[in-house]
Design a protein around this ligand. Structure first.
Ligand code: ADP
Ligand code: MG
Length: 411
């Protein structure tokens, strides 16, 4: 990676302002139901403590609402304060974490001035100020005044130019934390200098949402395997009838362009040979639950019967894609192969996860639902890198430079 990291600077005795992504899920009693985002930031936090830095952490949590003054309303403060996060972090690092009631202002300044080397404080939710997402320079200046150096370890928000992810780095020298470094190393190597064969697996819903990812990957990969709902847009674009399957009308022309580009570049673009088709109306709302007694058939993808909808890739496709994946030296996967939330339509996604686990090459999963799927199916530990940033990893795969990364110091 060409960006400086915490290893490249001297932090001893310094006030280090660290942007982390502690946007964890909470239940109704505000218990943290999944602390992986906190755990993912521990290497950087522990390193800074060991180096004798004064560690000032900042994060967002949820989507607070603001009143006319641009501050979070009372209900949002109750719902989205970082108290439970400070408690959990303190348990994980085995030392006190002082949670402050604000992220800027005189009280915060005083608390920071009172810190000793190796102390950890957690500022209150930066999104309690509307100015955060506006990347307001004055707000950024107030945050920056708390530290002497800035560390960004929040890969998951690096695609947003906010005050705490981008603005502060105009004022303080900024470097990457270890999580940020790991994300950029894995994703960056795959896109810039992959071991070949390089295979990408793309699923999920809409071709039009992912067209930039498809387009960028077609410049890089040896094979592109398509699954998920976008399959049917590709099939329809080639003139096949897809029954009641979901078709992204805006994506039809884009699908044809992608097929054309693949041909020109000699990329093997594969579509599922078989499909798990379910008798359902085209407007049936899948998230509300597919009925238990529904008719299910495994059919060739080019012969989906009228009245049926494709909800997963079939077993022949799993076999074929699995072989491709296992013989690859780099695999990037984004987007579930089917409606994995329902066990009846999770076999395609499970089969791809298994092949990824068996692949000897470097395996990477990016995308919010894709990461959730491999976690849920129990394969996260068997994949080299499961990205912690849903939207950020997609923008990275599109070939975009992330603003929170671009602003960090070059090596
Ligand atoms: P990611 O968040 O990893 O980028 P997407 O948001 O693009 O992935 O897609 C995930 C969603 O796609 C899942 O909720 C899954 O149920 C849905 N999906 C996958 N295949 C189908 C299909 N054949 N029909 C309808 N929905 C599908
Ligand atoms: Mg998604």
């Amino acid at each position: 990676m060409n960006k400086k990291t915490v290893r490249d600077i001297d932090v001893r005795g310094k006030r280090v302002l660290v942007r982390v992504d502690f946007n964890v899920p909470l239940d109704a009693e505000r218990n943290i139901t999944d602390d992986r985002r906190i755990v993912a930031a521990l290497p950087t936090i522990k390193y800074l403590i060991e180096q004798g830095a004064k560690v000032i952490l900042m994060s967002h949590l949820g989507r607070p609402k603001h009143d006319d003054t641009g501050k979070a309303d009372a209900e949002s403060v109750k719902k989205y304060n970082l108290d439970p996060v400070a408690k959990r972090l303190s348990e994980l690092i085995g030392k006190p974490v002082k949670k402050l009631d604000d992220c800027i202002g005189e009280e915060v300044k005083k608390a920071v001035e009172a810190m000793s080397d190796g102390d950890v404080v957690l500022l209150e939710n930066v999104r309690f100020y509307k100015a955060e997402e506006k990347n307001d320079p004055e707000f950024a200046r107030q945050l920056a005044s708390l530290g002497e150096v800035y560390v960004n370890d929040a890969f998951g928000t690096a695609h947003r130019a906010h005050a705490s992810t981008e603005g502060v780095a105009h004022i303080l020298p900024g470097v990457a934390g270890f999580l940020m470094e790991k994300e950029l190393d894995y994703l960056g190597k795959a896109l810039e200098n992959p071991d070949r064969p390089f295979v990408a697996v793309l699923g999920g819903v809409k071709v039009s949402d992912k067209i930039k990812v498809i387009d960028n990957l077609l410049n890089k990969v040896d094979a592109l395997l398509i699954g998920g709902a976008m399959t049917y847009t590709f099939l329809k674009a080639q003139g096949y009838s897809v029954g009641n399957s979901m078709v992204d009308v805006d994506g039809l022309a884009l699908a044809n362009q992608a097929l054309q580009k693949a041909k020109e570049r000699g990329v093997e673009l594969m579509l599922p040979i078989d499909t798990v088709a379910v008798e359902l109306p085209a407007d049936f709302d899948i998230p509300s639950g597919v009925p238990a007694d529904v008719n299910i058939q495994i059919v060739p993808s080019t012969a989906i019967p009228d009245g049926y909808r494709g909800l997963d890739i079939g077993p022949e496709t799993v076999k074929q894609y699995g072989e491709k994946i296992k013989s690859a030296r780099t695999v990037v996967w984004n987007g579930p192969m089917g409606v994995f939330e329902d066990p009846r339509f999770a076999k395609g996604t499970l089969g791809i996860a298994q092949a990824m686990a068996e692949c000897q090459g470097t395996t990477i999963v990016g995308g919010g639902d894709s990461a959730a799927a491999v976690e849920q199916l129990g394969y996260a530990d068997k994949i080299d890198h499961v990205s912690t940033g849903g939207g950020a990893s997609l923008e990275f795969l599109e070939g975009k430079e992330l603003p929170g990364v671009a602003i960090l110091q070059d090596k």
